[in-house]
Write a protein that binds this ligand. Structure first.
Ligand code: FAD
Length: 476
């Protein structure tokens, strides 16, 4: 039998594909990487990097507006979306050198630009050339899922693929979708002087999160001027006189029209799988995603899939994690499964909302015996010093105090969550966090304080009585 041309053929050069390709080449595999546009993927060009850069500019504008809180005269900043997006483009340019084709070619990887399709279970064809490999890795990511709203095909709308290259200011923005992307963009634009309205089909914003945590974020956005229309389904849209008219319907049938100058669609993601010839390769799909087992093998064991194309956790750090799992399984035949218990994530609004492990709602829904402890940021001295006092930390433990999950809504939640992530990965108890010295005055003290709440609970009147008796203590 003819030997395949490559050890690995990676399709898609985003976070997942690049890590597989680079890891494979470093470990000695012969690798070909096939990419449609540019190496770097959504995260670099249309996702994490531009959104966090935009949010930071928005935060600077917000701080200038509110400088009085810090004893400095407030100013109304002059903002220009064109200038801010220029900065976004500069940051992308600085980072993109790490993902340049030359860098990957220097690693010995054959980088091919183009799209193709499987023509057989072991052949991927790009233009006239066929690629055979011991293993294929599908890492083609996702794109915005555009809902079937009447008139949308004729109206100009923005998605994450176009919003970061805007050149004009946005007087009145309608955001369709109240998930993480919708909320981040709503806050960024409201802080950059747009009037923003968010339309959400469900009756809750950030629906994956516990309501008490999501409310911290929603309340802040509301205070900053974002208007929310919850429980409203978009019916149709028309564009006239240079404006968007979005007709929405409430659950009780009531209809209204929301007007804006621009419309941003942030209603979820759809996997990029349609053109890959998966039928010819024997790769099954379900609910729009590639079916894999826990080792990320598709229904064709020669073909793996990783990153957004698999889901359900569509984050860059999950794409990287998936890539590591694929490398171990494909190259070394080490049966390695994906992590399902300890997955952290963060919505980068201000305040941030970060979470790892089980939420309180999930514990309730799954009938898991649990306890919940909370501690507010307002009782953390550093939070007071920086006037970042909204929000709280929450831990969920089993009855014996072992951590099941943690979440924070508050300043730098995305950084603070990592202590819990390690604790959860190591199956630690709240008391283990309590024992660790935390630097004063840091925000990270909240991680210890919330764990202390569990310790204090152990001090019942009876246990206090025994302590007093044993140690001869004389307090009341
Ligand atoms: C607005 C926004 C903000 C985000 N913010 C964050 C964040 O803060 N933190 C976080 O962790 N995640 C964030 N994400 C999610 C993150 O961007 C994705 O989870 C991550 O990019 C997934 O990596 P991937 O490699 O699976 O896919 P991608 O990065 O999308 O890469 C897929 C690649 O495949 C290529 N491709 C597609 N079809 C083909 C084809 N037929 N042939 C060849 N190549 C093809 C594409 O051009 C692309 O380069 C955000 C996403 C969005 C949209």
């Amino acid at each position: 039998m003819k030997q395949p041309d490559y050890d690995l053929c990676v399709i898609g050069g985003g976070a997942a594909g690049l890590v597989v390709a680079a890891g494979g080449a470093t470990l000695g595999a012969k690798v070909v990487l096939i990419e449609k546009h540019a190496l770097g993927g959504d995260c670099l060009y249309y996702g994490c990097v531009p959104s966090k850069t935009l949010l930071y500019s928005a935060k600077v504008a917000h701080t200038m507006h509110n400088a009085e809180r810090f004893g400095i005269a407030s100013v109304t900043p002059r903002t220009s979306i064109a200038d801010i997006m220029r900065r976004v483009a500069d940051v992308i340019k600085t980072i993109e050198v790490h993902d340049s084709p030359e860098r990957f070619r220097r690693m010995g990887i054959e980088v091919v630009f183009g799209t193709g399709r499987f023509t057989a279970p072991d052949v991927f064809r790009v233009d006239e050339k066929s690629y055979t490999a011991k293993h294929f890795v599908i890492a083609t990511g996702s794109r915005p899922a555009v809902p079937p709203v009447e008139g949308l095909d004729k109206a100009p709308y923005l998605t994450n693929e176009s919003v970061f290259s805007l050149k004009e200011d946005i007087p009145r923005l309608i955001v369709l979708g109240g998930g993480p992307i919708g909320m981040e963009m709503a806050q960024a634009f409201t802080r950059l002087c747009s009037q923003v309205q968010v339309v959400e089909l469900g009756d809750k914003l950030l629906p994956r999160e516990d309501t008490d945590l999501a409310e911290i974020v929603a309340t802040r956005l509301g205070q900053e001027g974002v208007i929310f229309h919850l429980g409203r389904g978009a019916q149709n849209v028309n564009y006239s006189d240079g404006g968007i008219n979005l007709s929405v319907k409430a659950q009780d049938g009531h209809q209204e029209t929301i007007r804006g100058s621009h419309l941003l669609i942030a209603t979820g993601r759809r996997a990029n799988i349609e053109t890959l010839g998966l039928e010819s390769a024997g790769v099954e799909i379900e609910d729009g995603h590639i079916v894999t087992d826990k080792r990320l093998r598709t229904t064709n064991k020669r073909i793996f899939a990783c990153g957004d194309v698999v889901g359900p956790y569509q984050f860059t750090h999950m794409a990287e994690h998936h890539a590591g799992v694929v490398l171990r399984n494909a190259l070394f035949h080490l049966p390695t499964k994906i992590e399902e218990r300890v997955i952290p994530w963060c919505t980068f609004t201000d305040p941030e909302l970060a979470r790892v492990g089980l939420s309180e709602t999930e514990a309730q829904q799954q009938g898991i015996r649990h306890k919940v402890y909370k501690f507010p940021f307002k009782d953390i001295d550093r939070a007071q010093a920086e006037d970042e006092i909204e929000g709280f930390a929450k831990i969920i433990t089993d009855p014996k105090g072992r951590l099941l999950g943690a979440a924070l809504a508050g300043p730098h939640a995305g950084e603070l969550i990592h202590e819990y992530t390690l604790a959860l990965a190591q199956r630690l108890k709240a008391s283990d966090l309590s024992k660790v010295i935390h630097i004063y005055p840091t925000l990270a003290q909240i991680n210890r304080r919330v764990a202390d709440a569990r310790m204090k609970e152990g001090l019942t009147p009876t246990s206090k009585k025994w302590l007093k008796r044993i140690f001869g203590l004389r307090g009341n």
